[in-house]
Design a protein around this ligand. Structure first.
Ligand code: C5P
Length: 226
């Protein structure tokens, strides 16, 4: 079964103060680190990286000089993560049957996590990597708590998220037609009745969103080098 990885990296980094996906970690752009397990994984046939329109040519040149082991395409993203993923999906090879979406800003993904999610896909329409919540999660409005959610049922969605290509295509098209913005791709499949499973992720698979997250990223990176 052919699998394409789609790596959305077209965020503007507003909460970070710049494009962290292109910031250097140990002398290499974060995106480079994130791509390594996808380049190494024998399960992944091609990689589509989605970047801001004005960075397409530069990132394309840089990735071509770094990666020769498998096909890599660089395409322009959109105003939301959802549009960026949709653009990436549209650029995948016709023959791919599964799409593995992974945030460019989660550089500590491993081949093992990719494999675990892909393998579980045989039993579902899609599978995401998730981590059980150690915090108690509250639903709030303004400065008041509306509800405390039962912690044992709360899992935090990460990426990779792997889907049947046709199901993801349908979910993105319907969301667009109905003007719905999901914060992850799984939610778009769930809402139209697809059955999405999950496998346990890793607490090291953090998403670098804020400047403080960069501190954690450096610490994790240095520890993993030891
Ligand atoms: O917005 P969120 O935290 O879900 O961003 C996760 C990933 O989506 C990041 O790697 C970011 O670069 C990407 N993204 C994108 N296009 C956007 C917004 C975010 O590719 N318009």
């Amino acid at each position: 079964m052919k699998i394409s990885a789609v790596i959305p990296a077209a965020g503007s980094g507003e909460r970070f103060g710049g494009k962290k996906q292109l910031k250097n970690l140990d002398g290499r752009p974060l995106l480079y680190h994130t791509l390594q397990p996808f380049i190494r994984s024998a399960l992944i046939n091609e990689i589509v990286v989605v970047v801001p329109k004005k960075d397409v040519d530069q990132v394309d040149r840089e990735l071509r000089s770094m990666i020769s082991a498998k096909p890599v395409k660089v395409v322009a993203g959109g105003n939301s993560r959802q549009v960026s993923v949709h653009n990436g999906l549209a650029a995948t090879d016709e023959s791919s049957e599964l799409i593995c979406v992974h945030d460019a800003v989660r550089p500590f993904v491993t081949e093992g996590l990719i494999e675990k999610a892909v393998k579980a896909c045989s039993e579902h329409d899609g599978v995401i990597v998730a981590q059980s919540s150690t915090d108690t999660i509250k639903k709030v409005m303004e400065d008041q708590i509306l509800e405390t959610l039962p912690r044992e049922t709360i899992w935090r969605a990460q990426t990779p998220q792997v889907f049947s290509k046709l199901a993801l295509q349908e979910a993105l098209e319907l969301a667009e037609a109905e003007d719905i913005q999901g914060t992850d791709e799984a939610s778009l499949l769930e809402r139209i009745g697809y059955q999405v499973g999950f496998v346990e992720g890793s607490s090291l698979n953090i998403k670098i969103t804020t400047e403080e997250d960069w501190v954690f990223a450096e610490a994790i990176y240095n520890r993993l080098q030891e």
